[in-house]
Design a protein around this ligand. Sequence first.
Ligand code: HEM
Length: 589
Amino acid sequence: MEFQALHGLQAVISWITAPTGFVILGFLGVSSHRLYFIRGEHHMKAPLYVILWILVTVLIASITCVVDVAADTHGSGEAIIGIIRTVILVNCAFFLPLFVSVASYRLFEHALQEFPGPRLAAVSKIWHLSNIFKTKNYILLEDLHKRYGSIVRTGPQELTIIHPDILGVIGGHGSSCIKSAAYDIHRPFISLNTIRTKQGYASRRKRWDDALGLSTPYIPDKETRIQLFLSLFIHQIQASAGRSVNMTTWFSHFAFDVMTDFAFGRSFNLIENLNPNSKLHDAPALLSRGMSMQHYFMPVPWIGVLCIKAAPYIPIMSWEWNNALKWAADMCDVRLEQDKSAGVDHREDAFSRFTTSARRDKDEDSLDLLALYGDAFAFAVAGSHTTAVVLTMLFYELARRPELQERARREAILAGVSAASGDGQLNIENNNTAVAWDKLQFLDGCINETLRLYPVVPTGGNRQTVEKPVKVGETWIPPQTIIVAPRWSIGRLESAFEEPQEFIPERWTTKPHMVKNPRAFSPFANGRHMCPGKQLGLLEVRMAAAMILVNFEFSLDPGKENQTRVVDQLEDSFTANPGELEIVFKPLT
Ligand code: HEM
């Protein structure tokens, strides 16, 4: 019996390493592509495929080993070489024909074969990944645009489209496009922004609208709370006046305190501890490092899924991303505990409005723990990182353009924005709450220019066509195509803006002809997935900018050699991540 089994194993090994075995393995490889891999999405199954591959490889190695030991034909060194040889031969026999089939299909048969772009990009997204190790994604896509035109094939199934209409086509009301597979890397967390299709979206959106107070006319203390943090912030700037401060860090701390207070009713008191030597605090730093992994995960989601799954076993892979998600989950757990503790009278916050709204409408999906964790993460990143980036880039432009700074300041003073008292403290009882923040037109022009030239989401926000094609200009985009629409490049299109590289706030006020095609400007996205935090984000940016402007003059630190590193070192981590911005403030009173 044992002899028969051994004989059987020997036959298997001889068969798979003989020409007939190779042909059959090759046939299986090609069939797996043509009949299986070519259909549907596979990125979430990447870990399963790797496990299967490891199991089959171990099985083949074990059989070869058993056969060799039983036959005792080789020394141990030769046996090991024999095992390795068998494993390599079997893998080559299966995978080489599979890869050839994949490459030839993508190059010569695919619906996107007519679109221009680098040939290797058409074969595999690994091309894209290898390039963004060398350069930033928004620079790479801009270069490709210059070389190949407005529609470039940047992946087997992907087009990058730099056209004024594209943001409306993929996101406008009635668009049939859905979010691309890249959003799945947040799983198992399911936040508002990772719900890819219409199903389940509307009810979650309602929770967000309630949490942000969009369904009610007014959240009473929203402005007062922001003023409270601003008062402290202005006091800190006053205390550091005349010295160089890294406003990238300072604005991160400000936005983080405002967000955690608004969302979770808790402040980390980061503003209180600011000084000219401040380094980014652990919490925002953790989120920022986590988001930086998206630079690599977004273009090739299956690699992202693999790294995230492997992180507990191979810690170096994506641990930053997992840690950032864990931070949000912990934050959420603490907040849930507070809700449970008897006698705790918690001030109303976005979290309580969210859960109250879900309970009222019996929306169990939104109350699921993984959904709450996901939305807590979305709140933390989307709610703070975004406003911090806008403020940083706005202050970069204003700091190097004293004339624009002065115009924005005069406008704010005329609108009644109050200055701080001698010690830098604002009187919270003053009438700043009566200022119509959305009537500061010149400041809004500056904010729009900032959003156009330094979009908070420079290249992300990928969508995909479903079974229907979509039309962009005169071109039809086939079904099942991933569409990348980089705001970084679209905001700089000659066809949409006059003097597109220049910071000209008047194009949004007195010189509307300088915006040739307003559809090219969509900094908060549009349609179903339009940013729910738009009003809150803009309020925070307008208030902070106006109140700092009426209190200080500021300029880029003349002592720093590289004053443009805030732009030069801007990373594309789905959200933008600017370099350091060193500014010197001079009090006006
Ligand atoms: C000025 C600041 C802001 C800018 C420029 C901005 C921009 C954007 C953009 C471009 C998107 C679309 C992203 C995509 O396509 O995946 C988006 C989505 C989103 N934003 Fe904002 N945002 C800002 C502030 C905020 C704030 C303060 C919050 C929360 C308090 C927030 C929460 C969200 C959420 C939850 C989504 C996902 C919506 C969905 O997918 O349906 N944002 N934002």
